[in-house]
Ligand binder design. Sequence first.
Ligand SMILES: Cc1cc2nc3c(=O)[nH]c(=O)nc-3n(C[C@H](O)[C@H](O)[C@H](O)COP(=O)(O)OP(=O)(O)OC[C@H]3O[C@@H](n4cnc5c(N)ncnc54)[C@H](O)[C@@H]3O)c2cc1C
Length: 476
Amino acid sequence: MKKNSLDISKKNIDDLKSICGKGLWVEDIDLKKQYLTEQRGYYKSSSQIILKPNSTKKVSNILRYCNGNNIPVVPQGGNTGLVGGAVAGYVSNEIILNLENMNKIREISHSDSLITAEAGVTLHKVQSNAESINKIFPLSLASEGTCQIGGNLATNAGGVHVIKYGNAKDLVLGLEVVLADGTIFNDLKKLRKDNSGYNINQLFIGSEGTLGIITAATLKLFPKPVERHTILVALDSIDSAIDIMNQLKKLFFDKLSALEFFSDFSLEIAMKFISKLTPPFNENYPWYILIDIEETIETTETLELIENFLYKNLQKDIIKDGLISKNLKERNELWQIRESIPYAQKSEGASIKHDVSVPLSNISDFLVKTLQKVSELIPNIRPCIFGHLGDGNIHFNLTKPPDIEDDDFLKFQKEINKIIYDSIFQYEGSISAEHGVGLLKNEDIKNYKRKSELKLMFKMKNFFDPKNILNPGKLI
Ligand SMILES: Cc1cc2nc3c(=O)[nH]c(=O)nc-3n(C[C@H](O)[C@H](O)[C@H](O)COP(=O)(O)OP(=O)(O)OC[C@H]3O[C@@H](n4cnc5c(N)ncnc54)[C@H](O)[C@@H]3O)c2cc1C
């Protein structure tokens, strides 16, 4: 793909300001900081101006102007992405177009179970609007207070409820997107079935701002559960975790709404980080699974089933220990453990992080063999493994041994990446399960994605954005 590297003239900047309108752009260095700070601190971002249009028409006018003047544009949502996708200035002199002022709920319908939100609405606002009509929008991420629905769709976000409700792509009925040349593609349909042609909407989901700028979406809502049972179980092997997962899927089917797992070290650092909580069990075990089972009607049957399930597996020694939350406070505390892990990791020094997936049947082999290889390279490395077991999505994070300096550990990044990616390839997985590709993995996917897929991706990019003005250098 051709790289853009043009300077943006003062005239261009003045024109863009007037297209955006008064108060809808930021030039001040201090005010720009929040848009230029990247979550993981891997990349330094720069953009002469941050454009913050408040209507689809303005987004369209900006793109038409930028396309005509070869000015590359980085679409940006809540800037919570973890792969440098919303960073500007890396491959060319880009400007950031942030969607935060496109923040209206256009429609919400109880009878159609849907909500139409503009791209800059935060995920949390979509969730609370759904709750206001006694429904839920089930996408749930630890970043939900800040990330935006446009960013969620552009990254095809996952999160903890994928096992029941699917990824972001499964939650969309229709989209409104502005294409590189300014054309407004309006497909905000409300249909649950429509076999009248290509599903163009889905092309934009997960495209990381490289094919178009999402300006609004019609999303599916679901019945609000009346009860959630949260269970934590301790296990001594990942094989037992897979066994438990399969039993739960069979027993509870669509009531099973979360199935998260984490390693001993993950629990240890989370407990240190939260400090005010007492450890859930008296002993330590190699693996834990956190389970949510939800009810949309009042019943006592499910709790009995859960208790029997735990009892049976404790008897068989598959589950080593287990507990069921008795109230909302206990439930929140269990989830706090899981959600604290990424933050707790920061206090332990440098980590090398991977967000990968493998078929469920390969998880055990992948983990055992890959951990063995990285431990041979760096003895005492601390695997902080956690993730969405039900989807085969593993946050394969490796924290430095306590006696090695951060910089010395990070020198192994390339070698470790190769071990993990080669292993992922061998076990038929993906090197990016839910965070996307961005700048972080755009070179790696060339080695670990099928050539035929890459070829078609390049053709699509060229078709939608022949001048390569949309988020150049990201994803492909
Ligand atoms: C604490 C924490 C926990 C997280 N947990 C999860 C998790 O469980 N699952 C998960 O999937 N992710 C997770 N993430 C990553 C991140 O929150 C998601 O990728 C999220 O969907 C990004 O949304 P955003 O609005 O912040 O997008 P940004 O970071 O602003 O942008 C992300 C990408 O989308 C593009 N983009 C943004 N808005 C648009 C738009 N309107 N149109 C076109 N392109 C656009 C950008 O160009 C960029 O390539 C987590 C992040 C943090 C910090």
